[in-house]
Design a protein around this ligand. Sequence first.
Ligand code: NAD
Length: 305
Amino acid sequence: MKILVASDIAPDAITLLQEHFDVDVRTDLSEEELVAAIPGYDALVVRSKPRVPRSVIEASSLSIIARAGVGLDNIDLAACKERGIEVVNSPAALSESVAELVFAMLLSFERKIVRADNAMKEGLWLKKELKGTEICNKTLGIIGFGRIGSHMAKIAAGFGMRVIAYDVHWNEDLAKGYDVEFWDLDLLYREADYLSLHVPLLPSTKGMISKRELGMMKKDAVLINTSRGGIVDEEALYNALSAGTIRGACLDVFEHEPPEDSPLLHLDNIIATPHIGASTREAQDKAGVIIAEQLIAWAQKNRPV
Ligand code: NAD
């Protein structure tokens, strides 16, 4: 099998691919260059860039496209389907990084780390003004108890938090091995001190957190969204944060990215990061290796008899 690796992936992943396949690594191709280069390859490996539009797919004789990471937005999936090209990704690589970012944001929010750091660098010693809040003994509500949501529960246990969760596909096996109570969604909104979202963006989850849900939350609650921007109605969130309906929000994802003129970014009671949930060395390395393993398994399954 001949593979074109068109994005930077972990050196270990390249080595693994080279042990099994004929591999070319060309990470500087423009879209036009990719169209010209793609004939003759059986498999293509990319991250969120380059784009793999219909023009690339139609110029190719690819059997499989592997995306090291999660989002498939850069790949024309309809064109892949028409041509019978399989598309694989590696969502499992990112769970720990995203869950760790949630706690990094939460602790920064509660201990006012960003403000403390900025003040120190301005020569200010705001010891009295920077009184924080503990997360120990608080209730963490998790919506979406999949890979990331369940890892959240493990970390939360270490912080001495009580964890309540909701998942649309809840069954008893999901809770096995975790100290978690499964709750009805509306009750969970009312009970959580911190509400963390870990559902995919689907028609059923778009705008899932809106005026009604924010209105049910405790006045002291903090919302954390590291899943996808469209899941939270940003106008409703802005209104809730401005009016003090809830105490704060930690946001890694936005409806439009970057959210250039979002009024949310002018509020003092939010912490914002530029969609960096999966941006760790470890997550990126794991994503590459998982993809290499998937390609090896795929080739073994599909080899001519
Ligand atoms: P997953 O598929 O393992 O888990 C998602 C869970 O949500 C599933 O258990 C599913 O049953 C549940 N679910 C689906 N619809 C629901 C609904 N309406 N109500 C309640 N639960 C529902 O996914 P994951 O790997 O845990 O990732 C979760 C999301 O995190 C991804 O879809 C992605 O949008 C986001 N993500 C963000 C980053 C980042 O950089 N911030 C990185 C990776 C993933």
